[in-house]
Design a binder for this molecule. Structure first.
Ligand code: 0L1
Ligand code: MG
Length: 262
């Protein structure tokens, strides 16, 4: 690690305050160009600890930047991992207040819920499918705390991978009943299709993102517990939204889920 504990604590406070006050900031690597991956995840973990200390529950995990479309959109080449706090969850068909966010975008994703523990290293697609209770449509609302979404990967990891809100819903499916590589998705904004894709856009198979997450957690002795909700990453580029927009994600064989921006 390159940063001392006081700097990690101060950067976590700054980024979390930006999230809670819907204010943007410049990317933290501008001031700390030498920070490493351990520093970045330590800042993210400090943000998580601050939320837990205030009484929030951590209700899920996420993989981000798992599709070539997203990587190309953001000019990066590696997936990243983050967490979801309880207040990020929006009921199916529910409202997201844009006044609480900076510059929200939506991503169409496949959400997994596990029924048994997943532990790396060596976690693979087969282990993920065996440990999956069901999959369902999920829309992630991302909201980078960095001005104009200008960041690099370490800054993004520190900022909990831009996690802000999410909705899951539709018809949960057994992984035995769906080919997650060929499953088709359409995301609509105000009734107009704005993003199309298939599951294979996520690392060839969305379960690969979950395996990568398990292998990532293993490096710090952690695992994905049974009963964990995980967003596997945007299948397409993220789409900007503003107040008044209605967003619906339809996934082949899994129904739809939606939210409204007010
Ligand atoms: O979930 C994601 O793919 C977002 C990762 C962070 C990068 C961004 O803000 O677009
Ligand atoms: Mg995402």
């Amino acid at each position: 690690m390159k940063l001392d504990q006081a700097t990690i604590t101060a950067l976590a406070e700054r980024l979390e305050n930006c999230e809670l006050q819907a204010q943007d900031t410049t990317k933290i690597t501008d001031e700390h160009p030498d920070m490493d991956w351990d520093d970045a995840y330590a800042i993210q973990n400090t943000i998580k600890a601050r939320k837990i200390a205030r009484g929030a529950r951590i209700i899920g995990l996420k993989a981000g930047l798992t599709s070539h479309a997203k990587m190309k959109q953001m000019g990066v080449s590696t997936p990243v991992f983050g967490f979801m706090a309880d207040y990020y969850a929006v009921p199916d068909g529910g409202e997201v207040k844009v006044s609480e966010l900076i510059h929200p975008k939506v991503e169409p994703e496949i959400a997994f819920v596990t029924k048994s523990e997943l532990r790396g290293p060596g976690c693979h697609i087969g282990a993920v499918l065996a440990a999956t209770d069901f999959v369902m449509p999920g829309i992630e609302v991302i909201d980078s705390r960095y001005r104009d979404f200008k960041f690099d990967l370490k800054s993004v990891v520190a900022d909990n991978t831009s996690a802000a809100r999410f909705v899951v819903g539709g018809q949960p499916a057994d992984v035995a009943d769906v080919d997650l590589r060929t499953v088709g998705i359409v995301m609509e904004k105000n009734g107009v299709p704005v993003a199309f894709g298939a599951g294979a856009a996520v690392l060839g198979h969305p379960a690969a993102a979950i395996a990568m997450l398990a292998n990532h957690l293993a490096a710090s002795g952690e695992c994905i517990p049974a009963g964990t909700l995980i967003l596997s990453g945007g299948i397409t580029e993220a789409v900007s939204v503003s107040a008044g927009d209605n967003v619906t994600l339809r996934v082949q064989g899994m129904g739809s889920t939606s939210l409204r921006f007010v």
